[in-house]
Ligand binder design. Structure first.
Ligand SMILES: [Zn+2]
Length: 76
């Protein structure tokens, strides 16, 4: 409902049309992406993720292992 300044608008409970529109799904957390959300689109499969999910997504795509490397080159 569009506000027209009337008491009817002010006391109308929120309806589905007043909710932000769902425009996609985050490739990292699986949550809904709403119109107006800050997002990042990846080259990887052109996935779209929430801005807050960006680092975890990138890390999962690029980091194989972290640790201290030994004399034989293995990472522990
Ligand atoms: Zn997410």
């Amino acid at each position: 409902m569009i506000s027209d300044g009337t008491p009817e608008y002010r006391f109308t409970p929120p309806g589905p049309r007043d909710e932000p529109k769902v425009v996609g799904e985050c490739a990292w957390c699986g949550g809904e992406i709403y119109e107006g959300d800050e997002v990042t689109e990846m080259y990887t499969h052109y996935h779209t993720v929430h801005a807050d999910c960006e680092h975890a997504y990138i890390e999962s795509c690029t980091i194989k292992e972290r640790g201290v490397v030994g004399a034989d080159g293995t990472i522990e």
